[in-house]
Design a protein. Structure first.
Length: 109
């Protein structure tokens, strides 16, 4: 079976980025009432990103578990710790740990 050709023009990538951002916004709204729906929104956003071969934006990348596609909310289903200059986010659904460096923000005076 032949694979269908997919469009990868800048217009489709822009639309995909907008849809990814919208799906994460919907996941944030839906998490309190229905966490499974929030996880589904995250899975759809990842599928769009993979199909269009674009990365999930960095601020959104830290909001889901790569192993189980759960939408992560600190205190509800994620544990966030800081050790040795690294942020460690533990998914409490599957136990997967994600580590990334602490980013120091510059104060605007």
């Amino acid at each position: 079976m032949a694979m269908r050709w997919k469009s990868h023009t800048p217009g489709t990538k822009r639309i995909a980025e907008e849809r990814i951002a919208r799906l994460f916004a919907l996941a944030g709204e839906a998490f309190g009432a229905d966490p499974a729906r929030a996880d589904r929104y995250v899975a759809l956003a990842r599928q769009i990103a993979m199909r269009q071969r674009i990365p999930v934006p960095r601020d959104l990348r830290h909001r889901f578990c790569r192993r189980c596609c759960s939408y992560l909310v600190p205190g509800a289903n994620a544990r966030v710790r800081v050790q040795h200059g690294k942020v460690i986010v533990t998914c409490l659904v599957c136990g997967h740990q994600k580590r990334y460096p602490v980013v120091k923000r510059h104060r605007q005076e």
